[in-house]
Design a protein around this ligand. Structure first.
Ligand code: PA5
Length: 426
């Protein structure tokens, strides 16, 4: 379902030289013997996920869709990016879904909070608060503010029908609060970390409420789990991607720019950046994940990619079949000189831009390009892509001898911030 093309990446090493290492790590991942092995729940999740909870999610989603004009999704990082990435990729940026989804809890910006509060003032609102730890400050502050707004508007009793918590099954502040307030809750599994959690209620519940077919998404995830279950580097596209990344870093490329030609995939790139950045960026190692949306960014970053410092390679995340296509219209006067494109599909123009850019960056610019092609932007494909990136990310990290599932570095800023905010104990 996902095709990887390495023909434009100037790779000089032989893939076969990595077979032994890949087989060793493949075994380590599937037998759960490597570093961070208690966070490998996503590997066989397609088989082990809680089917009863899944059905309950669909029921709750149907109920919420009937009453909510706005769904607030309150979370940050791994408790935010996956749902937003999937939603935009699958439904586009201006979907006709009758429930508007607004993401909160991912910023301290006063302007953002206050504008959202104003925007939803006269709308019917439901909120899904998502936090594994229950103590993340951005999420907690937003939750406190929007909970107060909802309680003033609906009263505590009605809020039990309108606030849903997704959190740890037993521990943490949010779990405790949800139990006291009587909110419906869904579980973030112990063995799946934030950036791998889009295929759990963290991502699936908001997606189901927004009208995404989560059965299809899980079917795609399962298909990838089956397709990418072999350690054969000739066929396993996810492992080939991981190897290609290593080969490129070996050649001195320390930045990977994930390039999309669909604005609706920009958040997928953000989600991918967290996945690879937080997993791999440790102990002075890793490739910096960056992203761009073409052709927009060709009019800004294009110059640097073409002629600037040769620090980066591009990975094109392409889509064969767009969600919708349109035609360049005829214009009698042709003052803009565009009649040569009359009747051509917009997607064809986009694809020609892609071909021309690939040639420019590769041949003239000397920039290596990897290409990952998705057949479409369906929920099935998104689910498939999640597993593809999860397993290649784990492979990449273990190749560098890094634990893919912790993030010790993100605590440093928090300590300083808590000290400045006057939090007890800091
Ligand atoms: O990947 C991670 O661990 C982080 O991005 C967390 O998901 C993020 O900080 C949110 O954490 P929590 O779900 O505990 O609120």
């Amino acid at each position: 379902m996902i095709k990887l093309n390495t023909d434009h990446a100037f790779l000089t090493e032989d893939f076969n030289d990595y077979q032994y290492e890949v087989s060793r790590i493949h075994k380590m991942i599937h037998e759960k013997t490597g570093a961070g092995n208690d966070f490998l729940g996503w590997v066989n999740w397609a088989e082990t996920y809680d089917k009863e909870e899944f059905e309950r999610m669909k029921k709750v989603a149907a109920k919420v869709r009937n009453k909510a004009e706005v769904l607030l999704v309150c979370g940050i990082g791994g408790s935010y990016l996956g749902a937003r990435a999937a939603l935009e990729a699958i439904q586009g940026l201006y979907s006709d879904s009758k429930t508007e989804v607004i993401f909160i809890g991912n910023t301290f910006s006063s302007t953002y909070h206050l504008q959202v509060l104003k925007h939803i003032e006269n709308k019917s609102v439901v909120m899904n608060v998502i936090s594994k730890s229950g103590t993340t400050t951005e999420t907690a502050i937003a939750f406190r503010m929007f909970k107060e707004f909802m309680e003033n508007k609906y009263g505590k009793e009605e809020c039990r029908e309108r606030i849903i918590a997704t959190t740890d099954k037993a521990r943490g502040t949010l779990k405790e609060l949800a139990t006291i307030e009587g909110y419906e809750t869904f579980v973030i599994p112990d063995d799946i970390g934030g950036r791998y959690s889009v295929i759990t209620p963290v991502g699936l519940l908001p997606l189901a409420i927004a009208g995404v077919d989560i059965d299809e998404m899980m079917a795609g995830y399962k298909q990838a789990y089956q397709d990418l279950n072999s350690d054969d580097i000739l066929t396993n596209q996810a492992y080939r991607y991981a190897i290609a990344r290593r080969m490129l870093q070996n050649k001195g490329y320390n930045v990977e720019m994930l390039v999309t030609y669909e604005p609706s995939l920009s958040m997928t790139a953000e989600w991918w950046k967290q996945l690879f950045g937080e997993s791999e960026g440790k102990e002075g190692k890793g490739i910096l994940p960056d992203s761009a949306t073409f052709s927009t960014d060709l009019h800004s970053l294009g110059q640097f990619i073409q002629e600037g410092n040769k620090v980066l390679y591009e990975t094109l995340l392409l889509v064969e079949k767009p969600m919708i296509d349109g035609i360049v219209p005829h214009d009698e006067a042709d003052l803009d000189g565009l009649n040569y494109l009359e009747g051509k599909s917009l997607d064809w123009v986009n694809k020609m831009a892609c071909q021309g850019t690939l040639q420019a960056h590769e041949e003239t610019g000397g920039v290596p390009n990897l290409m990952i092609t998705l057949p479409d932007c369906s929920s099935r494909t998104f689910g498939y892509m999640c597993y593809f990136f999860f397993i290649s990310c784990a492979m990449t990290c273990y190749m560098l001898n890094i634990n893919p599932f912790n993030q010790p570095g993100v605590e440093v800023y928090k300590k300083n911030m808590f000290h400045l905010l006057g939090k007890k104990g800091y």
